[in-house]
Design a protein. Structure first.
Ligand code: KG4
Ligand code: ZN
Length: 358
């Protein structure tokens, strides 16, 4: 049986004369609908992030609502990314999309959209692992080439997001090895849950960081999981410690000292992340460090990591730390793309590791 795409001519368009290869990236693994256009040299031409902003009422991301909104926003985000890049789909050479891990319904919207665009034009497609994307944010030219130099392997990369917290050893630009990961909650989850306890909106990280600016990080001593051996993280005890501290203080006093609670809680998360990053550099015998993931946008963490003073340090700009499609397109530069029609059977994966992440 012939499908719709089989009726189309093979893609050969002699009018495409642009010298620069342009990659369209699509990322829909959680609640942000993201599209970006980058060059294969790593220059970000556009990076559109359409935040759904509707999950606050529920205190977290509601998967079904996220999927529905991705459906509504995906085409507009892609059009916007193309327009901002001064490009049309005719200029795109390759499509990159997050395949997993994440919310499977949300991922499927991105994967189906990417497949449709790529297949209609006979373009190659690259399925990208979300965590590899966070690493690959460090390979983009931050300011269109004028900013910080991109990071060259080998280096240690601390990835801290809402769903993951891990230390990766990056020996090449297309894969990483996990050196250690969280035993329970992710760092972003700790931020979100702590923020919720303090009556802050979702996502909690940025809100807690803002509140903490008026507080004293030494006001309370929250656990930093120092006793957890090796390169593992643990944040579950921290969340419980905040809950007990709020109960101990009583409603009125806890309200009065909200900023102190936020500052001390944030301090404990930052200390643990920085401590493990330092341990990882030692264990890996490397002196080059990069970061990624939403929590890497945290000001005090960036400052603390900067103080570790490795021989080379790369902190991507904030908008390349939180979920975005430029990082997905960036990762797609370093792997063999799937030609049409090999990717038509591609599926999203909700959990687990990318086969490249040993
Ligand atoms: O990487 P990301 O955008 O999405 C996932 O892959 O999960 O990370 C989102 C997480 C959320 O938990 C959010 O609260 C946290 O990153 N986050 C922050 C900051 N900005 C985002 N945490 C602390 N400080 C921030 N400025
Ligand atoms: Zn992420």
């Amino acid at each position: 049986m012939r499908g719709y795409f089989d009726t189309m001519p093979p893609f050969v368009d002699p009018s495409r004369r642009h010298a620069m290869t342009l990659i369209l990236g699509i990322e829909t693994s959680c609640d942000d609908t993201c599209a970006a256009v980058i060059t294969d040299a790593g220059e970000v031409r556009s990076n559109v992030i359409s935040s759904q902003g509707i999950h606050d009422a529920y205190g977290g991301v509601v998967p079904e609502i996220a999927s529905r909104h991705h459906l509504e926003l995906a085409n507009a985000a892609i059009d916007d990314a193309l327009r901002r890049a001064g490009a049309t789909l005719d200029d795109i050479d390759r499509v990159a999309v997050t395949q997993g891990p994440g919310l499977v319904g949300a991922l499927l919207v991105g994967v189906a959209t990417a497949k449709a665009i790529a297949a209609a034009r006979r373009l190659a497609l690259v399925p990208v692992d979300h965590l590899q994307g966070h690493v690959a944010a460090n390979f983009l030219l931050d300011d269109g080439g004028g900013g910080q130099p991109t990071m060259d392997p080998p280096f240690v990369c601390l990835i801290a997001s809402g769903g993951h917290t891990l230390l990766a050893r990056v020996d090449d630009r297309s894969s990483f090895t996990v050196l250690g990961r969280t035993l329970d909650d992710a760092a972003g989850e700790a931020f979100d849950k702590g923020a919720r306890l303090l009556g802050l909106p979702f996502p909690g990280g940025p809100a807690l960081e803002r509140l903490a600016r008026d507080g004293d990080p030494e006001a309370f001593a929250f656990p930093t999981a120092r006793g957890v051996p090796g390169l593992s993280f643990s944040f579950a005890g921290l969340k419980t410690a905040l809950l007990y501290k709020v109960r101990e203080l009583g409603a009125e006093e806890a309200e009065r000292r909200r900023a102190d609670l936020a500052a001390a809680y944030q301090h404990a998360i930052v200390e643990q992340l920085a401590d493990r990053a330092e341990r990882a550099l030692d264990a890996a015998g490397l002196d080059r460090l990069a970061i990624g993931g939403g929590v890497a946008a945290n000001g005090p963490l960036r400052e603390r990591i900067g103080g570790l003073n490795p021989a080379a340090l790369h902190l991507p700009p904030l908008e390349l730390c939180t979920d975005n499609a430029a990082m997905i397109a960036s990762a797609a530069r370093f792997v063999e793309p799937l030609p049409y029609p090999a990717y038509l059977s591609l599926d999203a994966y909700a959990t687990g590791e990318h086969p490249l992440a040993a």
